[in-house]
Design a binder for this molecule. Structure first.
Ligand code: NDP
Length: 399
């Protein structure tokens, strides 16, 4: 029986809390802490078992240490914002509590996200005999684990990986983002980038477009983006020659984004407005629908997965491994749409494997460095069943 401390009571934090509450055989006590305790209480009120709630500023290491020492969790799941990765990792290190997150560190003042600062904790975690699991959402997370499972069970060498993230959901608003708008828009408006033959290749934002016929949601336009799992997978998958990430966007979404960009609303540098400094993107976030409010309105499905292309016993092989998730079913189960659901469920599954010692290690690990088998065996029952389709190794499915 274990105690879990969840930091961040947003869309993903809600799912993580519901899912932990569904497993009393693992999580005997749950504490949900966030910047605003009212958010934690609102989530607690949806559950049919009592949990603790707390208020904490996760930018403040000392405050985190006080909270951790008073609750004494066996694992901490960080689903606040990527800006808090380093402070929460530091607090876990000081208190000896295993750490898990779903997004790599972002610098609050620049549109820059990378693993460098988190990987820099490696030696200190190893020396302390503690474990940090990085990027255990869906992408990164599930997608990395699909790759690791393919590497272990299907291929001798994986040469090319395409990660395909499709959202066929409709929330009925002309424009809204499915998760934190600030993070989402920063990710999309940055240059595209992929990795080939040991080098990063840059493309203009949303310049590369393909189409793919997705099981469960049909044909969709996909755009090449840089996404954080490319950084770790390009290092951890042996024999890899190329890895790219693709995401679907509707024409309507892209038109709105272009207008917002053209008028300067997606800028992160502060401007002066009526004697106050404001960052246009943060102001935009304040006027857009709260992602948590999209849950009851969103219909349709997501299909997220990976195409792996490589060699097995000297022969080419290509497979598509993916999950289809239904927005409405997620809402029925945990009061949240599929984007938060697909992020929160892998986080809880990873935390369970850490508690059970099936994911074990001393140091800082990206999820593809851990054993994918117990995760793939468990994740279907946790709510994200996966499927695999063999593809023609000689055909390009991304026409
Ligand atoms: P939300 O914006 O809905 O929630 C974030 C929560 O973090 C808010 O509730 C906020 O608290 C809390 N928070 C922010 N700053 C602090 C702070 N200083 N101290 C304490 N709490 C704080 O985001 P999401 O739930 O959509 O996303 C959560 C995380 O999941 C993000 O890191 C995101 O990047 C990641 N993610 C990962 C995905 C993946 O597949 N790997 C996909 C989607 C998201 P409050 O409300 O109390 O003010």
């Amino acid at each position: 029986m274990s105690k879990v401390l969840i930091i961040g009571a947003g869309g993903v934090g809600g799912v993580v809390t519901h899912k932990c509450a569904q497993h009393p055989e693992v999580f005997s006590e749950i504490c949900l802490a966030s910047r605003h305790q009212a958010k934690c209480r609102a989530i607690a009120a949806q559950l049919d078992r009592p949990i603790h709630t707390a208020e904490v500023d996760a930018d403040d290491v000392e405050a985190l240490v006080v909270l951790i020492e008073s609750f004494q969790p066996d694992v901490l799941i960080h689903v606040a914002l990527p800006y808090q990765d380093l402070t929460i990792m530091e607090a876990c290190l000081r208190t000896g509590v295993p750490y898990l997150d779903t997004a790599n560190y972002e610098h609050p003042d620049e549109a820059k996200f990378e693993y460098k600062e988190q990987w820099a904790f490696q030696e200190r975690y190893a020396r302390a005999g503690n474990m940090a699991t990085l990027g255990c959402g869906f992408d990164p997370g599930m997608t990395n684990i699909y790759c690791a499972w393919g590497q272990k069970n299907l291929f001798d060498e994986i040469h090319r990986i395409d990660i395909l993230d499709a959202n066929g959901g409709d929330h009925g608003y002309p424009f809204a983002t499915n998760f934190n708008p600030e993070i989402n828009i920063r990710e999309i408006t940055a240059n595209g980038r992929y990795w080939e033959e040991g080098e990063w290749k840059e493309t203009a934002p949303l310049a590369e477009k393909r189409t793919f016929d997705f099981d469960g949601i049909g044909e969709k336009d996909l755009y090449l983006l840089y996404h954080e799992e490319l950084e770790s997978l390009s290092q951890n998958i042996k024999g890899l020659k190329r890895i790219r990430f693709w995401m679907t966007f509707s024409e309507q979404y892209l038109t709105h984004l272009k207008v917002l960009e053209n008028v300067g609303m997606t800028r992160i540098e502060p401007i002066e407005f009526e004697g106050r400094e404001i960052a246009p993107l943060q102001f935009l976030k304040a006027v857009l629908p709260d992602p948590a409010s999209l849950g009851p309105r969103t219909k349709g499905k997501t299909n997220i997965g990976v195409i792996l292309d490589g060699l097995k016993d000297g022969k080419r092989r290509k497979v598509h491994i993916y999950n289809i998730c239904d927005h409405e079913k997620c809402y029925e189960e945990v009061k949240s749409q599929a984007i938060s659901y697909t992020t929160g469920v892998p986080a809880v599954t990873g935390a369970i494997l850490m508690l059970e010692g099936l994911w074990k290690g001393e140091g800082v690990f990206n999820v593809e460095q851990l054993d994918p088998d117990p995760f793939m065996a468990r994740i279907g029952d946790m709510g994200l069943p996966w499927q695999m389709v063999e593809l023609d190794p000689d055909a390009d499915p991304l026409a």
